[in-house]
Design a protein around this ligand. Sequence first.
Ligand code: ACO
Length: 364
Amino acid sequence: MIDGIDGLENIVAAETVLSEVDGQAGRLVIRGHAVEELAGRATYEEAARLLLEGFFDDLPADLQPAIGAARAEVFAHVAALDDTLAALTPMEAMRALTARLADGDDLATAIRLIAAPSVFTAAVVRRQAGEAPLAPDPALSHAADSLRMLRGAPAPAAEVKAFETYLVTVIDHGLNASTFTARVIASTRAGLTSAVLGGISALKGPLHGGAPGPVIEMLDGIGAPDNARPWIEAALDRGDRLMGFGHRVYKVRDPRADALKRAVRKLSDGSNELPGRLAFAEAVEQAALAILKDRKPNRSLQTNVEFYTALLLEALAFPPSAFTCVFAIGRVTGWIAHAREQIAGGRLIRPQSRYVGPRPKRAA
Ligand code: ACO
């Protein structure tokens, strides 16, 4: 492997005004705002506007009506959710429905794409649970309607707030694998739908956005705090990775992990099972961090965003099979903003490879 480019680690491949990940300090800045501060006060629509500002001439001051109307518009595609699509994983089915949307670079395409993962995820989850998909309510906020469409009833305000915190926390994160994919596709001028479909496909992998479902499997497999150490040791002995730990850029704790842990804590009101679940997860987290430190003393393997994402999305009643789709509901705006930034200022992304295969034999 060529020194210095394995996994493109530390290679700067784009300039962006959208977000900065400081892996040494454990800080994430989203267009001038610390993530903890933005996630605590902005609605998803406000955070989306912040990212899209300057990338569309006709961006409205308030995105909520446009995104609400787009949810209603894209719901027409749910009619295509047949038995074949419903038999796929939620991420595959959501991606297939999104692929029905026309490509384009304009604001209308962008807004439809922001609306789509929410509408399609809820429809797929309900259909797989044997329930009819629920039409969007364009008057609601994106967070509130996403939960309502999934559950079939309005969610309590505290849960909407917690979900909004999640969506804003994950809206953008530098040049992560799915965002880089979206930028590569956008650089060919293929269109925003193509860029988003690439983003969804890259996000799906367990080393990226596919981790939180397996976090629940790990917690359920461990079952009780006393089992944490032997379970984790056995998993690492098998060569498995611990989902929700480690990060390419963060060498200290991922700041999003604590923002989401706080959101879970706020939902724990003493009358539900969350305090116990949270205490158990913290015990597993401590055991995992201690064992990873022991086994990989030269690596700083810390808790990443996916660990507490799993707890929060579980508390909000999303099935683990759909956690990655929910990640896409938040991240889609980041992909679109990066795609527009790439189109506005970037050239075709076309690196080179070094050929190390066999050479043609000389003719005799
Ligand atoms: N569990 C066990 N070992 C780990 C873990 C982990 N979670 N993460 C890294 N390691 C080990 C690797 O085995 C490797 O060990 P080695 O040097 O002895 O071979 C070393 O740490 C470095 O691993 P890399 O894969 O080179 O590290 P990279 O920076 O590429 O990986 C990644 C980052 C993919 C996130 C990794 O930490 C991982 O697989 N984590 C588990 C999956 C996960 O939580 N993904 C979500 C990430 S957050 C997000 O994308 C939104």
